[in-house]
Design a protein around this ligand. Structure first.
Ligand code: AMP
Ligand code: MG
Length: 348
């Protein structure tokens, strides 16, 4: 299959009439799959009401069939078609955070969406992306669009159209290239089917921001306790992993440098993941600055691109600094822990 790359300027008015967007929408209506820029990461979109389209998403990504897809909409009214009820807290959150990086889990109204999209669950995760190209496409095609991240399953999520092409060229109908995404980590997944909402995956909207509008929110125990079964099926899979063996280092920069020296003595190519503040403090084969520590949002935005750059630079081992676990740091640390397979080296 020839994968079309449609360049789209996200700052142009009237994107709904942009020929590239109209083209991509036609592919979606024909049950083909198309990669779409959103404010979090690129998504791989397909008609959520079509088994055929949804199967193509799972196939292209190599995604396990028990991992449900997030459904994307452009208007809140679209929810009534496939959601059984909208709890009061969910309504407040939608009004406050949509469009934006918040996925809300609702009880499913059966018989509308492809059962493959929801992996046969009685619930469904929905969000409205805050990206002009994604919103224009959703409005133009008029369908609920199932869209997981547009990477091969297990790899770091794509934050540029080039990342999508690296993983999925020839496997999907096209990619709308709207430049780099903004937030850089995926949406927060919040289960609103319970009286006290539960964060199943930390992401672009923080726990503090949620609690400011609806009061108490809890975090799925599985996010802190490795032996507990996660409520979001996707959270149990290895994810975001670079090709190299990766370790998180809890300790001083001197300690991290010492680990680098030891590995280099073994003849390995060693990479360090740090931030702009400290990039010249290390001596290693590759030192990459992932944003600025003083601005954790910049770290989130650069994270997946940094992990993918290590792949291109062919390092064998990566030592990564750690980040504070509050605010967007919670999502950053969740992704880094998974990328490293939870391997942490602590200075004694
Ligand atoms: P991705 O689209 O690759 O960013 O992953 C979506 C995440 O949302 C995965 O971890 C899914 O398991 C989770 N998810 C989607 N729908 C549901 C649902 N109905 N209940 C719980 N988790 C869900
Ligand atoms: Mg994903």
């Amino acid at each position: 299959m020839n994968t079309i790359v449609w360049k789209v300027d996200k700052y142009v008015d009237n994107l709904e009439r942009n020929p590239q967007v109209v083209d991509a929408a036609r592919f979606l209506r024909e049950n083909e799959v198309v990669a779409i820029p959103t404010e979090t990461v690129y998504g791989l979109g397909g008609n959520a009401e079509s088994d055929e389209a949804v199967e193509k998403i799972y196939m292209a990504k190599g995604r396990p069939g028990d991992n449900p897809l997030i459904i994307h909409i452009a208007e809140k009214e679209q929810l009534n078609r496939f959601v059984a009820e909208i709890p009061a807290k969910a309504q407040i959150l939608m009004d406050k955070f949509w469009p934006g990086p918040l996925t809300i889990i609702f009880k499913l109204k059966e018989g509308i969406l492809s059962e493959k999209a929801t992996a046969g669950l009685a619930t469904v995760g929905v969000r409205m992306p805050a990206h002009p190209v994604a919103l224009a496409l959703l409005k133009t095609c008029g369908l609920p669009i199932a869209a997981p991240s547009a990477n091969s399953s297990g790899k770091p999520s794509p934050t540029k159209a080039d990342h999508v092409i690296d993983d999925l060229n020839g496997k999907i109908a096209g990619v709308l290239d709207g430049g780099s995404t903004g937030v850089g980590v995926e949406s927060t997944v919040l289960d609103c089917t319970e009286e006290i909402p539960v964060i199943l995956r930390p992401g672009g909207v923080t726990k503090e921001q949620l609690e400011d509008v609806i009061g108490k929110v809890v975090i799925d125990r599985a996010l802190v306790d490795e032996s507990a079964k996660p409520k979001a099926p996707g959270m149990k899979y290895r994810h975001y992993a670079p090709n190299a063996e990766m370790y998180l280092v809890s300790g001083s920069r001197e300690f991290l440098q010492q680990l680098v020296v030891e590995k280099r003595r073994e003849g390995l190519q060693v990479g360090v993941l740090t931030t702009k503040e400290y990039q010249y403090d290390y001596k290693a084969d590759v030192v990459l600055a992932c944003g600025e520590r003083a601005d954790l949002e910049s770290v989130a935005a650069a994270l997946y691109d940094t992990l993918r750059r290590f792949n291109q630079l062919n390092v064998d081992v990566i030592f990564s600094e750690m980040f504070p676990g509050s605010g967007v740091g919670e999502a950053i640390m969740n992704r880094l822990q998974k990328a490293a397979g939870h391997k942490v080296i602590t200075e004694k």
